[in-house]
Design a protein around this ligand. Structure first.
Ligand SMILES: Cc1ncc(COP(=O)(O)OP(=O)(O)O)c(N)n1
Ligand SMILES: Cc1nc(C(=O)O)sc1CCOP(=O)(O)O
Ligand SMILES: [Mg+2]
Length: 227
């Protein structure tokens, strides 16, 4: 919990007692790309998206400029569109606009959700990283975000993380707000259940899908069996 959240007291056992509200839509899978991709990734992505229901795919490539990401994005965006999977660009409002992406994901240093809305229009999905902070999540909601993301729930090799929320933040959020919430960070088929039970609307997953020794399609099937 962050300093700003100190005035928001919650029973620490809240999540244990909470079962997902059956009136909320089922939890869905949101795939995050590997940090780098090779020529064979398009085939891997297509197989993963065909293996089970995936709501969204985020292109998250670090250390490349927008032109390079745009070149890599083109075939992947088509694969998503053909399978009715939302194509989300990480970090860059300008690149999301240039590509006509279905959405953009913004970290706390990546720009403002209000500005993104002005530039991208009403139908583009805007997601905002909120770490373990109820305060940031409420701010993001007020700024017009379409989802808030909490994490990292578990240790992850994919990026260095500095926040570890308790699953109770998901049950608190979904009890109080309609706006969807995403759980992210080290999520695997083995540890996902508490996040699903706490009410996560989406599980955002990278490593556990792309690095599954049985292959990405098999990993999607393992998650799908839980959702
Ligand atoms: C769905 C989702 N949630 C959180 C993040 C993290 O975004 P950010 O804090 O900007 O960190 P980077 O991913 O840019 O390293 C995300 N990308 N997607
Ligand atoms: C991109 C990202 N953001 C996080 C956050 O906590 O905001 S954790 C994370 C890594 C997600 O990949 P994996 O499923 O391999 O852990
Ligand atoms: Mg970012």
């Amino acid at each position: 919990m962050t300093d700003e959240d100190d005035d928001l007291q919650l029973d620490p056992n809240f999540a244990d007692r909470f079962e997902r509200d059956p009136r909320r839509p089922k939890c869905q899978l949101y795939l995050i790309s590997p940090p780098t991709i090779g020529d064979d990734f398009a085939g891997t992505l297509a197989a993963a998206l065909e293996a089970g229901p995936v709501a969204a795919f985020q292109l998250r490539l670090k250390g490349l400029d927008d032109h390079a990401i745009a070149r890599l994005a083109e075939p992947l965006q088509k694969i998503c569109a053909d399978r009715d999977v939302a194509f989300i660009i990480n970090d860059s409002i300008a690149l999301a606009k240039r590509l006509g992406a279905d959405g953009v994901h913004l970290g706390q240093e990546d720009g403002d959700a209000r500005e993104a809305r002005q530039i991208l229009g009403p139908s583009v999905q805007i997601g905002v990283t909120c770490h373990d902070s109820r305060h940031l999540a409420m701010e993001a909601g007020e700024a017009g975000a379409d989802y808030v993301a909490f994490g990292a729930f578990y240790p992850t090799q994919t990026k260095e993380t500095h926040h570890q929320p308790d699953p109770s933040i998901l049950s608190w959020w979904t009890t109080v707000f309609e706006l969807p919430c995403v759980a992210i960070g080290g999520i695997t088929p083995q540890n996902a259940k508490p996040l699903i039970n706490a009410g996560a609307d989406f599980l955002a997953v990278s490593g556990a899908v792309w690095n599954d020794p049985d292959g990405a399609a098999a990993a999607v099937r393992k998650f799908a069996a839980l959702l």
